[in-house]
Design a binder for this molecule. Structure first.
Ligand SMILES: Nc1ncnc2c1ncn2[C@@H]1O[C@H](COP(=O)(O)OP(=O)(O)O)[C@@H](O)[C@H]1O
Ligand SMILES: [Mg+2]
Length: 510
């Protein structure tokens, strides 16, 4: 097969001194679906932005169909037939679908007047060609995520792209929507397009892709036909060693009720309710997962539990205490720990060291008569760094660590108080495979010690691996309550998440 694009010996250091790409060489063949795999921060997005002209390489060469090119902007990339769908969509909400698709390449007549009908017709044609159902005149801001992604893809196609790069396109999709996307990508491949898909989901690589290039620490570490490499091999190459992904989940030994929610309603944005009269209980010794597509009320629910929710009605009882109008500090004193989703904003103090972050909770209890007993705390921090294999020293500023290591500091701190209840909001989002597996084992350990864990996660593999019970949120309501056994599949959860199925499997609770 003919080579469509080749990157040779690319180097890129960002102005802040971070070297994102180091001697990266990659090659793409016409008509293939090619995965770029790698851990967070491996340099995948950077190298693809360089191919798309959105970042400039410091050194190295790019060849398109054998010709040496300089891709100095996305405009140049467009003209070479290269398009990219970013991880965060770049659409204008106030525009209609076709207006977004033709933004910057509007069709006009000689007088400069927009040829609206032509653009609408062209959009319809593209939709038909690639099996998408989309109303060209719908307002973009009204569309769900899955459709927004289609608009982004159409935008790229309308520019005549032959090579289409997608950056972690399934991160925001349900399993059903992912399948739909894969169907479309296969159609695109059939029509002769080349697809590059950035992903760290191993099952997707296996299912969809012809070849995979693996990146680690800014370097390219190999390219393989997918049929010749196992998922385990890919993950070992991503991590650079054997990864222990084993969990050893024992059956749950469920004890007393730890938390009770009755008729919880939470005000959302505008006049809408984010959570609508939701009731459930959680127990000591179980992991209860609140699953759902982001924005269906599960985040608001967990924030209310930790005393961060404001406008709510209903009753929340944690360990026998009503927490109405109480704050985070008060709830923590009950024996509740919290792993926040946004670790840089609310989980850690980025100006402080690992040590200061690690002890920030235990501080007061050691602060007898105004003295800080620094020695035991220092030892504790050192123990945590060792046990959690945190790559850093106690005195190091936490902001210099990678996301996975910051998360480990937070998890160590939150589990370090032996909480009775642990609220975990996306505990492994953006965390490396090995760190995520470690955190999962820690959570199971806590649950086996009798801790009651309530977890919000959009990652269905994580939900199925950890949960004892699953509450699926859809549109501010619980669309299903499921006991997690091997009959539960991602597709099943997806159907409840999308609201395609409802209330089946719900069971009464006392
Ligand atoms: N605009 C930027 N400025 C500074 N550093 C960046 C920028 N974008 C990415 N980085 C850093 O470069 C490294 C590689 O990032 P990225 O290419 O986004 O990796 P990946 O997509 O594999 O997760 C990371 O350490 C990241 O923090
Ligand atoms: Mg990325």
């Amino acid at each position: 097969m003919a080579e469509i694009a080749r990157l040779e010996h690319i180097y890129k250091t960002y102005p802040n001194g971070i070297r994102a790409n180091e001697d990266v060489s990659l090659s793409f063949e016409e008509g293939e679906i090619h995965a770029i795999a790698g851990e967070n921060g491996a340099g995948k997005s950077t190298i693809m932005k360089i191919l798309y002209g959105a970042e400039l390489a410091d050194e190295g060469d790019i060849f398109i169909r054998g010709s040496h090119v300089r891709i100095t902007s996305p405009k140049v990339a467009d003209s070479l037939g290269i398009g990219m769908v970013y991880q965060h969509f770049m659409l204008v909400n106030q525009f209609k679908v076709y207006e977004n698709i033709f933004f910057g390449i509007e069709r006009k007549n000689k007088l400069g007047i927009l040829k609206t009908q032509e653009m609408i017709a062209e959009t319809k044609k593209l939709c038909a060609q690639f099996g998408m159902s989309l109303d060209p005149e719908a307002l973009t801001g009204d569309l769900p995520v899955g459709l927004l992604q289609k608009v982004e893809i159409l935008k790229v196609l309308a520019r005549g792209a032959k090579l289409i790069i997608l950056d972690e396109p399934t991160a925001v999709l349900t399993p059903q929507e992912s399948q739909e996307l894969f169907r479309q990508l296969r159609l695109l491949k059939k029509s002769g397009k080349t697809i590059i898909i950035i992903t760290h989901k191993l099952d997707e690589i296996k299912e969809l892709c012809d070849r995979v290039s693996i990146m680690k620490d800014g370097k390219s570490v190999g390219c393989y036909p997918v049929k010749d490499i196992s998922e385990k091999d890919i993950s070992d190459l991503m991590v650079g060693g054997e990864v222990d992904l084993s969990l050893n989940k024992k059956p749950a030994v469920v004890k007393d009720v730890s938390l009770e929610i009755k008729d919880l309603s939470i005000q959302g944005r505008g006049n809408k309710l984010a959570v609508k009269s939701v009731s459930f209980t959680a127990r000591q010794g179980e992991i209860l997962c609140l699953a759902g597509v982001e924005g269906n009320g599960q985040e608001e629910t967990i924030k209310a539990l930790i005393g961060l929710g404001r406008n709510y009605s209903g009753k929340i009882t944690i360990l026998g205490k009503d927490i109405y109008k109480k704050n985070l500090a008060w709830v923590r004193k009950l024996g509740v720990s919290y792993i926040p989703e946004d670790r840089m904003k609310s989980g850690s103090d980025s100006f402080a060291s690992i040590y200061e972050n690690a002890i920030s909770l235990t501080f007061s209890s050691h602060n007898l008569a105004g003295f800080i007993k620094a020695k035991p705390l220092k030892e504790k921090t050192a123990d945590w760094i060792k046990e959690y294999q945190i790559k850093g020293t106690a005195k190091q500023k936490i902001s210099l660590l990678s996301g996975g290591n910051i998360q480990k500091v937070i998890v160590a701190r939150e589990l370090g108080n032996n909480p009775k209840v642990l609220l975990a909001d996306q505990p492994t989002r953006g965390v490396d495979i090995s760190a995520a597996a470690f955190i999962h084992r820690k959570l199971l350990e806590m649950r086996d010690l009798g801790c009651s864990i309530i977890m919000v996660s959009a990652d269905l593999s994580e939900v199925l691996a950890l949960a004892d019970r699953i509450l699926v949120f859809h549109n501010g309501e619980i669309s299903a309550e499921l006991i997690n056994n091997d009959k539960i599949t991602k597709e099943m959860l997806g159907a409840y998440m999308l609201g395609l199925k409802k209330k089946e499997g719900e069971k009464e609770h006392e």
